[in-house]
Design a protein around this ligand. Sequence first.
Ligand SMILES: C[S@@+](CC[C@H](N)C(=O)[O-])C[C@H]1O[C@@H](n2cnc3c(N)ncnc32)[C@H](O)[C@@H]1O
Length: 270
Amino acid sequence: MSAILRPTKRAARRFLPRHLRVLISRVQHARNRTTQAYGRIVPEWPTDAPDDPWADTVTTQRFVETPALDDVVGDLASPVVADNLEACRRTGLGTARLLDLGCATGDYCAYLRHFPGTRAWDYVGADINVAVIAHCRQRYPDFQFDVVSPEGQLPYADDEFDVAFVSGTLQYTNDWQGRLKDLKRIARRSVVLGRLPLWRRHPSAIALQIVQHSGGEEQHPVHLWNRAALESTLRDLGFGIEFCKPGFERLRVVDVAEQVVYHTYLLRRA
Ligand SMILES: C[S@@+](CC[C@H](N)C(=O)[O-])C[C@H]1O[C@@H](n2cnc3c(N)ncnc32)[C@H](O)[C@@H]1O
């Protein structure tokens, strides 16, 4: 499709009935899943890599080249976004200040604004990738975006947020328990963990996730948790589990029969 026709087509979509927009969004979502991802178990978290794979050029390009949102309302119906927003809604908060840790494209600032349960929420995005944060600041100049470190204390005060939202990110943090403790420090009400990769039977493990897409290949060390073991740790850390939902994303690990299923959690600071 030519660059001239694309904006016209986007604009035209806004006049379609909602059910058609949702359908188009679902088809587009399926088409976008051209990314191939799998993992293989490794004995330990690799700490000798010279650079963080989340900041390499191939990864950065994937986020920076993601097209600007053209149908926010349609996107809200995509299963991954819908599960994350539902967990936020279940906090019951009419107004809230939310930190989106691992914000990547920063698009959740737009999703929250358009979702009935979170319209009045304030948004702050944070990520370890300097280039994607620069991109977020350009794309969404009305919002705050911060560069943060992958480990250690986040640059926020105790109780600075009502909700910490961490989608598809905690699993890429070596010291994930330390990060959860810090999220409990800065989020006075809830922590929403989205897209968390879990097994029901297989024990928790560390894997190297291989992501292949049209821009190249990425390799990320990733925690894959046994669900019961994870929930026991969450309780030990002082969280109550208010909501847990298996999502539709799956990950295959070489030589493991059981599929990894991504889950969404709403945690309450006990
Ligand atoms: C798979 S993307 C998830 C993006 C988005 N949150 C979502 O759910 O679609 C992971 C993001 O987390 C960031 N990230 C990776 N490790 C991180 C860490 N330790 N702390 C904060 N952000 C991290 C990456 O740079 C990347 O933008």
